[in-house]
Design a protein around this ligand. Sequence first.
Ligand code: PMV
Length: 328
Amino acid sequence: MVISSAPGKCILFGEHAVVYGQPAVAVAIDARIHITLEKSESGWLIDGMQFDKQRHPHLDAMLKRMWTGDGGQPLSIRVESELFGAAGLGSSAAICSAVAAGLLHIRGTPADELPLSGIATTAHIAEAEAQGGRASPIDTSTSTLGGAVLVSDKKESQAHWKYTRDLRIDGQRRTWEVHSVDLPESLTEASLVIGFSGRPGPTAQMVAKVANLLANHPERMEEIERIGNVTRAGTTALSLGNLQAVGIAMNECHRLLQGLGVSDADLDRMVDAALPSSLGAKLTGAGGGGCMIALTTEPRRTAEAIELAGGRTMVSQLGAPGVRIENE
Ligand code: PMV
């Protein structure tokens, strides 16, 4: 039996702008997916029931890539999640990453020799396949590498370049440069409080909304570029452990995202409730539902304020460990 795990993520800076080639930064959070894999004598099982490929497209896409041919014998798979579901916290990417690590370990790869860029690549391809061909590598890379990850169309000087990912989307090849961002000790003085609106963030719809806005008002691409610049400044602040400046960059991101029309009343209410006790607060991910985040040195006070504003909360440090094997 192998138990593997991988963290969820939230986007600290750069959502939506990343679709237009600007950088975005995500951090791994202290809520994980745990996957248990065991060889099964009773056929393919998931959580004790017959495995249905249609209901588990991400698992199916991973198994097709990594568990075929000789030795591809049936498995019993258990999936346990500490993440809010359908909240934009990267649970499907964490599943892909944890399954990849678990399958490699069953086949003999030692826990301390997991090939992280290979896992991130396979997880990204499988996630895209399960989602009809579209996925940026930010979720799968953050879940696999842990810490903080910057993704951009080009190599960025604020972070350490790790690898290039590419994918054919709608007949066109897209390329992303994936980096890791230093997270100094001093960042542990602050926590992230994640507030879930209770409604899924409709990613495709919100991306289309921004695309329409830019098609009708090409001059507003300037706001996308401003998000990119705030992201670069925020990344430098993060790697220097300058919490105040990270908070300011988060606030600025939220203001620009509001301007693009991707926030909503629930997210704004939670952000406003968090601000008096926070260094910064913003929506995270696609918007239109999903989650907001607040950076704070008073996580209990901030979480209470967000809950009073109608959110469900979770507290995390910035940058949890990436994919790993749990049972050595
Ligand atoms: O809510 P999430 O984690 O799916 O984030 C979406 C981020 C966007 O920038 C809006 C879209 C994308 O593909 O990067």
